[in-house]
Structure formats: C-alpha cells, structure tokens
Design a protein around this ligand. Structure first.
Ligand code: NAP
Length: 348
C-alpha cells in the first residue's frame, strides 16, 4: 500500500505540515534527513537552519521566560537529553525544533532519520528512494527541504559560528552581544543592505564588506546603505580571516583589497554573511520546475502547488524572499491542507 503523504524535510515547514497532515488522518511519513559528516558540513542536518541558531525571539508564542519544566515534559527523553542546557530566555532554535518534532509525533507522524536522494514523479503513486536504498511509494509528497545560507568557507568562520558569526541578522542581530558594537555584513545584494540596515538599529556601526566597487542591490536599497549614517561600505575587499576566540567570540576580521591596496584589520563583535542561500533541491533537478537559483516554483498564487500535480512545496525551499520560521510554518500548514484536499478530490 502506498503512503498517503510523504513529507521531506525537518524544519518549521515540514513539522507544521506533519502536524496538520497527521490530524487530518493522512498518517504522514516524514524523512527528517540523515546525520552525516557531509550534511554537517553543508548545514543540512535534521531540524534545519533553526538547529544552528541560538535564541529565537521572533517566533510568536515564546516570550522570554523559563521553559525548562515545559521542555522536560514536552520532549521525548532522548531528544531532551541531547539538547544544550536551557538558558531561561524564551526558546532556542534547537528547542523550538524539538518541540515541533514532538508535536508532530504526538499526532502519529512516523519519522525516519534519512535523506530522500531520488524521486520518480513520472509514475503514480510517486516513488522515492532514501539514502539507505529503501523504496517508498506515496500518493502525495510535500517537499520542505529548506535552504542553507552560503558561507565564505573560511575555517575561522566555521569555528566562530554562533559565537558572533551568523548568516541571519534578523534571527540574531538583536542579541545583547551585538548591542552598541561595531559589526560587519559581507555581501552587496539586497539582503546585505537589508541586514546592515536592520543591524544598524542596535550596532554602534556596521561595515558592509563588498568584493566589487558597485552594489548588486537595487538602486533604492543601495542608496539607503550609502546614505545611512551608521553604515560604511568597504569596497573591493574580501575577507581573509575572522578573528576571535572561544571565550570572547568574534573580535575582528582581516580584509584584503582586490585592488592591491593591502590588508586591513577591523575590530568587530559580529560577522554577518549575506552572500545568498542555496535551496536544498539538488535531488529534485529536472523533476520539478525551479527558478534559476534552484528554488521550487509555486505554480498557482496562494497555493503550494508545484509543476507536478500531487507534489507540494513549503518553506524556504520555495521562498527566497521571506525566509522566516513563522512564514515557513505557515506554508507548511498550507501544503498539508492542499495535499489533503487534493487527495480527497482524487477519491471523489
Ligand atoms: P544576491 O542578490 O545573490 O547577492 C549576493 C551578494 O553576495 C552579491 O553582492 C555577491 O557579490 C555577494 N557574494 C556572493 N558570493 C560571495 C562570496 N563568495 N564572497 C563575497 N561576496 C559574495 O542575494 P541576496 O542579496 O540574498 O538576494 C536574493 C534575492 O532576494 C534577490 O533577488 C534580491 O533582490 C531579493 N531580496 C529583496 C529584498 C528587498 O527587496 N527588500 C531583500 C532581500 C532580498 P557580487 O555582487 O559581486 O556577485
């Protein structure tokens, strides 16, 4: 017997889709991804990008407060034990993801810790192959594999991740460690300007480090950055090293001029990347319509339909614009409702 719905992914979109699908008695089977060295290096471990962040202050329903007792009662012991200690400051990214995972399981979602590596959407039921070689058939599929932030690939950047290195200013920028301190944003696109502008609300100064002498950002955004009293653009510079240590986190960075103007060291407390994201869609190439950057195309306004009927997409894998946990959860809910209604229409 084929599954009614298979969900691929384990971020807010996937767990919300699972909660809704399970409550609609679709008995979802969810592939949360595999725990492998390769996935660790790519930033695609189970529980997605939120598992790589610290405090989450912008997800509604989790104001500042001590959630320890609730976490103890709500999350299954093996997962609870594996979490870092609760910090009495609302919810952390990993805690939020474990709570969503547990909520999905409470309603009967079956969770498999493996990656789907191949799909056949030409036949119905659809066929999916996991990395352990197992084959699965399903009437409907929800793809919620998310996207991963691009990093420069420097060892020092990797070492200081979550210690002042971040690829999400909206997630992390308001943390106390960045308040009234000088910060760096790397990149020259709209995201870099948006992040610099956002960070400038808290920081004493924001340096935008861009590898060329012209911003990629739209004219209006570029003007905003150039005219902002707290933002200084450092043109034609690349980052050679992020400086810092385990105790203090990021303390600086070393830049190199691409025009032969030598090196420069900046004293900073935060190092933010805004050099684009990569959607986790390699295994879907040629199977679903995507945009040039590899994001899945939603084919109908206000719906999570993809180019293949019966396959739905939710969260960052189809959204290169909002990219927030709460918007991902919203489209996860939509995908489950779309799948439920589509399955009902097939039987009618
Ligand atoms: P993007 O437009 O692709 O810009 C990425 C920036 O990072 C570019 O300036 C690029 O430099 C730089 N970069 C890439 N790889 C790099 C590397 N290895 N080292 C140093 N710099 C590197 O990405 P985005 O800014 O995230 O925007 C994505 C999409 O969302 C765009 O379509 C954008 O318009 C849209 N967006 C819109 C808004 C808004 O309207 N409010 C806000 C955010 C995003 P080069 O310029 O030299 O290539």
């Amino acid at each position: 017997m084929p599954e009614k719905v298979i969900i691929i992914g384990s971020g807010p979109a996937a767990w919300t889709a699972a909660i809704y699908a399970a409550r609609a008695e679709l008995k979802p089977l969810l592939f949360e991804g595999a725990i492998t060295q390769e996935n660790q290096e790519n930033g695609t471990l189970p529980l997605g990008q939120l598992a790589l962040t610290t405090e989450v202050e912008n997800y509604p329903g989790f104001p500042t407060g001590d959630l320890s007792a609730y976490l103890d009662s709500a999350i299954a012991p093996p997962q609870r034990k594996a979490l870092p200690p609760h910090k009495k400051e609302g919810v952390s990214g990993p805690e939020l993801m474990e709570l969503m995972r547990q909520q999905a399981k409470n309603f009967g979602t079956r969770v498999t810790t493996d990656d789907i590596v191949e799909v056949d959407f030409d036949r119905r039921p659809f066929r999916l192959t996991a990395s352990d070689g197992s084959q699965h058939q399903s009437l409907a599929v929800i793809v919620a594999t998310g996207a991963r932030a691009n990093y420069l690939g420097l060892p020092s950047e990797q070492r200081l991740k979550n210690r002042g290195v971040s690829a999400c200013a909206v997630c992390d920028g308001a943390l106390p460690r960045f308040r009234d301190k000088p910060l760096v944003v790397v990149g020259g696109g709209d995201s870099a300007v948006e992040e610099a502008d956002y960070l400038a609300k808290f920081a004493s100064k924001v340096y935008m480090v861009h590898r060329r002498d012209e911003l990629r950002a739209s004219k209006i955004m570029a003007k905003r950055a150039m005219e902002h009293p707290k933002i200084e653009i450092l043109w034609s510079r690349v980052v050679d090293e992020v400086l810092g240590n385990d105790e203090e986190g990021v303390t600086g960075c070393r830049l190199r001029s691409t025009r032969g103007e030598g090196e420069q060291e900046l004293e900073i407390s935060g190092f933010f990347l805004a050099i684009g994201h990569t959607p986790n869609t390699a295994f879907l190439r040629g199977k679903l319509a995507m945009n040039d950057a590899g994001y899945i195309r939603w084919t109908t306004p206000q719906r999570t339909y993809t180019s293949v009927e019966g396959v739905f997409a939710a969260g960052d894998v189809a959204d290169d614009y909002y990219r927030q946990a709460v918007t991902a959860a919203g489209t996860g809910c939509m995908a489950a409702l779309d799948a439920e209604r589509w399955l009902a229409a097939q039987q009618a």
